[in-house]
Ligand binder design. Structure first.
Ligand code: HEM
Length: 143
């Protein structure tokens, strides 16, 4: 559950990242591959292109947090596709940590404990819906 106050904190802080989104995406992947170099082989596409897609989905997810019912099917499908890319549950923890680190670098002093907690709650929610979507796809395949 992400509260209205947390949604407001996330949306305001994301607005500050938006103008530097290409740089933020680059930083995110650098953080990710430092934390777990073995993840690099999962990414086949051009990383600048990949970064743009990540920021664009993150941006709509941030906007859609206040309307979670509409967001769930989109994230669930995204999670299913991720299972196909070879993404497993534990990867979501590393990606979450890399995202938080990137926000910390991008927002510096403005990344207060309150803002951090709000982002963690939102990421957990997004990751949870994506993982449930992936799980459903795996179960359907096995049935
Ligand atoms: C908040 C969570 C995440 C978001 C919003 C997100 C977003 C995206 C988007 C928009 C794409 C483009 C392709 C598509 O739409 O299907 C993508 C691809 C991909 N993502 Fe994610 N992702 C997330 C979590 C993860 C995690 C945890 C991993 C694990 C390492 C991961 C690895 C990948 C890979 C390997 C691809 C395909 C790259 C390729 O084809 O070269 N993502 N992601």
């Amino acid at each position: 559950m992400v509260t209205d106050k947390e949604i407001a904190l996330i949306q305001t802080s994301f607005e500050k990242i938006r103008p530097i989104s290409a740089k933020a995406a680059e930083l995110f992947y650098a953080n990710l591959f430092t934390m777990d170099p073995s993840l690099r082989h999962l990414f086949k596409k051009d990383m600048a292109e990949q970064g743009k897609m990540l920021m664009s989905v993150l941006s709509s997810a941030v906007r859609g947090l206040s309307n979670i019912d509409e967001l769930v099917p989109v994230l669930s499908e995204l999670g299913k596709r991720h299972a196909g890319y070879g993404v497993i549950d534990t990867h979501y923890l590393t990606v979450g940590a890399a995202l938080i680190r990137t926000l910390e670098q991008g927002l510096s002093d403005e990344f207060t404990t309150e803002v951090r907690d709000a982002w963690c709650a939102a990421y957990e929610l997004i990751a949870d819906v994506m993982q449930t979507g992936a799980q459903e796809a795996i179960e359907r395949k096995a049935a």
